[in-house]
Design a protein around this ligand. Sequence first.
Ligand code: DP6
Length: 360
Amino acid sequence: AAYEATVTAPVNIAVIKYWGKRDESLILPTNSSLSATLSQDILHSKTTARADPNFTGADTLWLNGTPEPMSASKRLANVVNALRAKRAALEASDSLLPKMSKWIVHVVSENNFPTAAGLASSASGFAALVFALANLYQLPEAKDGEAGAGRSTLSALARLGSGSACRSLFGGFVAWEMGTHADGRDSVAVPVAPASHWTDLEALVLVVHDGRKGVSSTSGMQTTVQTSALAQERFKSVVPQRMFDMKQAILRKDFDQFAETTMMDSNQFHAICLDTFPPIFYLNDVSRAIIQLVTDFNATPVAGYTGKYKVAYTYDAGPNAVLYLPRQFVRPVLALIQHYFPAPTDVPAADYFADPYKVG
Ligand code: DP6
């Protein structure tokens, strides 16, 4: 008999950025990072994994419809091998279990958003792959639920695919603790707070450009670690304090602290990109105009609101903005964005300004 499992995994957007590895093959970071998870209803990777004793040929992945042997990518092969080894260990301890670890697997994975748009499709993709295989193989870690340590163990396997993927095994607010061990066993994702903890916080994704990005994260951060003195300072003296501040901001639902730390960390990430040699530019003129708009809006008093900030921006390895904001500011901010960045006339406004927020 064949076995199959289907799962989805969410997109996570770092508010404390991961940028730099201390071990390239185990994907161990130079600093801890922290992310907020976007709603799965809108952005996710959906993955089905199937093991069948009658499959022939190679383990194969269909990524958004295109088949690829899993052995073609070292990271992909590493992830699948690690899960298969866990299954083999289970089978060795219980002779009644079907010998699924010996069977070929077929995996179908789809994102409902553009790949390589700076929207971390590899993060949700690898997280979904790990979770699908863990379910297919009926690993105890998969049955553990979000509160258990099983998810953190699985997160270390997702990390082997792409660093930021480890943070997509959980919802809500998630820390990736860098760890100290050389084998990476303590470099895992840990939940900080579930999404239900801070329901007033909303995210807006502003797609400035949905094409493939210039310099990949993997090679970009490698050059940064090799050439940027500023980056060394960031790893050592900046991020540890920010991780502390950010966790506290989230636990206290302190938007001012959250917003300031988020914006400063995004700025510093792009500063170390600029300090990389040759320099890496991910922001474009529109990205910078959005930063200016956010800054101006934050400086404009709103009657009855005493907070220092009303909205925070953050940018990954691309020009797209993610804004975090209390729900009351979603409509005014969308109205501002629509005013300064009107929808192209050949695109229906409903497509340009995707659900769930319709303006006007
Ligand atoms: C800017 O996780 O894509 O999005 O580990 O080499 O696969 P690899 O890199 P990746 O880098 C993500 C970088 C970032 C910041 C972040 O998500 O923390």
